[in-house]
Design a protein around this ligand. Structure first.
Ligand SMILES: Nc1ncnc2c1ncn2[C@@H]1O[C@H](COP(=O)(O)OP(=O)(O)OP(=O)(O)O)[C@@H](O)[C@H]1O
Ligand SMILES: Nc1ncnc2c1ncn2[C@@H]1O[C@H](COP(=O)(O)OP(=O)(O)OP(=O)(O)O)[C@@H](O)[C@H]1O
Ligand SMILES: [Mg+2]
Ligand SMILES: [Mg+2]
Lengths: 167, 154, 154, 167
């Protein structure tokens, strides 16, 4: 099972629909560009679409802060949408589909909508889909900027969560 | 559940010792459970770079801490593989030699997982087989300007 | 004391706005006192890089945060000069262009203060008029191997 | 008033006596070397000698942790010593001396000894010497590794200390 595509629209600085296509393993990809151009926003988008609940881990103080707020040349938009497509030919994701698309939208009200293959569903369904796949919450599969040392500086009891994810 | 967790910790520990010693070219490191109920107690991490003594993690240098934390992350991935691993500037504190060791590590893990790194380092970029260039030509609006597939000779 | 603090904040604010706009080549930033007793209330920092909107600091990028924090530090130094300023890898998150802007800033401030930077960046090193090379040939033991005085042509 | 010399002996990884000589302004100096070679330890030594009270800001959990603990080729030592020499020709430091040497020692017991120009004194005397010079506690004149963003992430009330130092 591997990632095929990640698409951002109205998410943070990605005002326009932008798609990233990924190669199957073996694969090392680098995201590059100047300070502030939007690289970490892509990481935030990935967390967001797999069901991140903590706005702090998305660097905001409320969920609507991930919606494109406008710039000196553009007006704000009213919703942010991120979708991710997986190749599921090996059935690693608990669903019969060989290709699985997960989408999440958030509106100015702060409400989220979730979709699996275009069907509206609940956050719980997303969590269940990713259960035991190593993707849940990105515990050790997504490392945010400035967070790499965190496992070393956190208290021994706080560290458990990341090891429990692996158990 | 208790047994499962204990076994996981043992396996992560084995992988951690190996990845650490390989990244640090020597030295040793362990994770272990502290006193008490395995389902609740804390997890201890100790590390000793080659030639140095066992000192608290806080005394380690910025680069040493990054490498130690990267070792833990990869030992978790080796224990329980995930389809992808996205890392945002985890090489920021690494000098040139350690950056090269880091790129060897990610190439090894990319066999089974898709590795995506955000980086400013040319060394790390040279390890990639695909590059996504992000820019902001229009103020405040991000744009993907290139998705290059690069065949990298080792 | 209250008046002194208010006047200090005003001066730091004026310096901050200038240093920020110069480092970011545009944009604007301010510090101000929040509601309440000036001797106890919090201090607010807001910043808007050029072309972007006023957003919370937490949404800024790693490099933007570093530059904003560096601007505050230097605006404090300009307000109340200190004989020296030691900075440990404050350029770690900066891309090449911002590193160059950072070096211009430290050269400016080095007129009146001794600036000492710990860095892995070749760009930052090239701004220095003296270099201290530290190594560990003997395991675990630090040694100063060179103190070069380099005349840097601008 | 400017820094002339900083000397470390038995301080963290600087087992042997090591001196750093500084140029008067205008002066930009770079400290370089591989990961873990001791660069940040020099910054810790500066904090230590000007009277840092927080072991956390020296990256330790107790003060004796700054004493050279030995290596695979060396035994530990029993005390750490750092001295700093200032050119005080402009009288900026509140003392009659035109050259001021401050020294601090710490022993395995965790006790510190302070000296100004070879005379044993108290921490208070060091603090008084540096009062209103911009050096006190290194509030904004010493930025530790990984700490540059801290002023942005700290709460508005927590930030005051650094501004009060400038007032
Ligand atoms: N809701 C939003 N609307 C518009 N712009 C936003 C929004 N949220 C964040 N941004 C902008 O995104 C930019 C930060 O992007 P990001 O953190 O991805 O940068 P980066 O490429 O990772 O840079 P660095 O290399 O410095 O880490 C900020 O300038 C911020 O203004
Ligand atoms: N009391 C001590 N005795 C012996 N060695 C010590 C002591 N305290 C710290 N060290 C060693 O000092 C080293 C860290 O040095 P330092 O933090 O100065 O590195 P650095 O040059 O800043 O590296 P980086 O570029 O990675 O930040 C660690 O390897 C640690 O083992
Ligand atoms: Mg970033
Ligand atoms: Mg360091």
């Amino acid at each position: 099972m591997h990632l095929k595509e990640l698409t951002l629209k109205g998410f943070k600085s990605f005002a326009d629909k932008t798609s990233f296509m990924f190669d199957a393993p073996p694969s090392v990809s680098a995201v590059v560009g100047p300070n502030g151009c939007g690289k970490s926003n892509i990481i935030d988008a990935l967390r967001f679409v797999i069901g991140e609940q903590s706005v702090k881990d998305l660097r905001g103080s409320s969920l609507d802060e991930v919606i494109f707020a406008g710039s000196s040349t553009r007006k704000p938009v009213s919703l942010a949408e991120v979708s991710i497509v997986f190749d599921n030919s090996d059935g690693h994701l608990k669903t019969d589909y060989s290709e699985v698309a997960v989408k999440r939208r958030v509106f100015r009200s702060g409400e989220s909508e979730f979709y699996i293959n275009k069907n509206l569903c609940r956050l719980k369904d997303i969590k269940d889909l990713f259960l035991d796949t190593g993707i849940g919450n990105g515990a050790y599969s997504i490392i945010n900027q400035g967070q790499v040392d965190q496992i070393l500086s956190s208290k021994p009891e706080e560290r458990r969560a990341i090891f429990e994810e692996a158990a | 559940a208790k047994y499962k967790f204990l076994r996981t910790i043992e396996e992560v520990n084995k992988n951690f010792s190996e990845v650490f010693s390989s990244l640090f070219e020597g030295g040793e490191a362990r994770i272990s459970l502290l006193e008490g109920d395995p389902l609740e107690c804390g997890i201890e991490i100790v590390a000793r770079p080659s030639g140095k003594k066992w000192l608290s993690l806080s005394l380690m240098s910025g680069g040493e801490k990054s490498l130690t934390a990267i070792s833990i992350m990869f030992s978790l991935i080796r224990t329980r593989p995930s389809p992808f691993c996205f890392m945002d500037e985890v090489d920021a504190a690494l000098d040139e030699i350690n950056t090269i060791r880091f790129t060897k590590l990610i190439k090894e893990f990319s066999q089974n997982s898709q590795i995506v790194v955000v980086t400013h380092s040319k060394r790390t970029m040279s390890a990639a087989s695909a590059m996504y260039g992000v820019t902001m030509e229009e103020p405040g609006v991000s744009k993907l300007v290139s998705m290059k597939l690069v065949k990298v000779a080792d």
